[in-house]
Ligand binder design. Structure first.
Ligand code: ATP
Length: 362
């Protein structure tokens, strides 16, 4: 089921001022995809999710789910949450501690007063799907964090929703379990072929889980794209900075020649990837990801930008080494092999290809 959102606004009064939690959101969420709303705390992600579910009434705009308008300020339409056919998984799993696994998952069907046999069969199927078969009579409190999360998922799925929505569902799990559960969730959702809307402020979670990502800030959608587009191709400073570690250098566009752009930057003249819509002389920010800087640049990269610098610090983090290299007045973050030969205080040459130097605008 696709979701179409147009002109959505939601304001909250706060201390005599008005917070624009949603400030004119237009969004198309394609059917059968995992779609993530990513943004910093307070940017409006949860408010948007609550508007889709129907727990929040927007001040203006329209929402349609699978072609059916569920909210329209202009036409006075508001379909209540229970009639929208959605499932939701929250940050706090909200599973009931006094019930066992079966009772927790059966609950949404019990409230609909379905026949006993049908309830039992549907719960059996969904528990098998989330790999909890055999744990039906286990009290909910005697489950691991990951298992509780799967009970919450099973309970959201048992009613066979048209769309499933997740609000930071993994944030209560520790780092390792979060990674495992993320993989599992991705596998579950891909098998289901269901539309999933996922809210997180965790960029790794968004990049690894999603088919598409919408980056939000201050109640607005800044950019929508595949994880790779958002990470490698974003043209916006906020997005590039938020979705990954980035070296951001200020500069001015000197010239454009085919797919190359020449920029006068804080660390000297740089050859960058050209992009449309920029005029010579305009201020730009150059973004270079730490993993795209090579020390030293390999000889075959003849067109690489080459700079000299001093190693300020090296931090061994297991799979790699995070280095800081001072170039002129700037310190550049560089990802180095774990077993490199560099030493703090050493003079080095570093380089990066023009295609890895992206031009950003505010
Ligand atoms: P987080 O990741 O911290 O949950 P978020 O991106 O989900 O943040 P929202 O919870 O949607 O952000 O909040 C957006 C803005 O609206 C925030 O400034 C928040 O303080 C404000 N806000 C949300 N709900 C209310 C409310 N019921 N009353 C007043 N202000 C609210």
């Amino acid at each position: 089921m696709e979701i179409r959102i147009q002109g959505l606004r939601r304001m909250f009064p706060a201390h005599g001022k008005v917070i624009r939690a949603l400030d004119g959101v237009d969004l198309d969420i394609p059917a059968r995809s995992i779609f993530t709303l990513l943004g910093p705390s307070g940017c409006g992600k949860t408010t948007l999710l609550r508007c889709i579910v129907g727990l929040e009434v927007p001040d203006a705009g329209e929402i349609a789910i699978g072609g059916e308008t569920v909210f329209s300020s202009a036409r006075g339409i508001f379909v209540p949450p229970e009639k929208r056919g959605l499932g939701m998984v929250f940050q706090t799993y909200a599973i009931w501690p006094h019930m066992n696994v079966f009772q927790n998952v059966a609950y949404p069907l019990e409230t609909r007063k379905l026949p006993r046999m049908e309830i039992r069969e549907r719960v059996r199927r969904v528990l098998e799907f989330v790999q909890l078969a055999g744990l039906e009579s286990r009290p909910a409190t005697r489950l691991s964090g990951g298992q509780q999360q799967r009970v919450a998922l099973a309970r959201a799925l048992v009613a066979e929703p048209r769309v499933i929505l997740f609000d930071e569902p993994l944030s209560n799990l520790d780092a390792k379990l979060r990674e495992e559960t993320r993989k599992e969730l991705r596998a579950f959702l891909s098998r289901l072929h269901i539309t999933a809307v996922y809210v997180t402020h965790d960029r790794t979670e968004a990049l690894s889980l999603s088919d598409r990502i919408a980056v939000m800030n201050d109640g607005r959608i800044l950019e929508v794209g595949s994880p790779r587009q958002i990470y490698f191709r974003s043209g916006r400073r906020f997005v590039a900075d938020f979705v990954g570690r980035a070296n951001l250098l200020e500069g001015r566009l000197r010239a454009l020649a085919g797919d190359l752009a020449v920029v006068d930057s804080e660390v000297g003249v740089l050859r960058c990837a050209a992009r449309e819509g920029l005029a010579t002389g305009s201020p730009v920010t150059v973004c270079i990801r730490p993993e795209n800087i090579r020390v030293p640049p390999p000889p075959e990269e003849a067109d690489a930008n080459r700079l000299r610098g001093t190693v300020e610090s090296l931090l061994f983090v297991g799979e790699s080494c995070e280095g800081e290299i001072r170039v002129g007045g700037r310190r550049l973050l560089v990802e180095l092999p774990a077993e490199g030969e560099l030493a703090e205080g050493g003079e080095v040459e570093l380089g990066f290809a023009p295609r890895h130097a992206l031009l950003l605008t505010p």
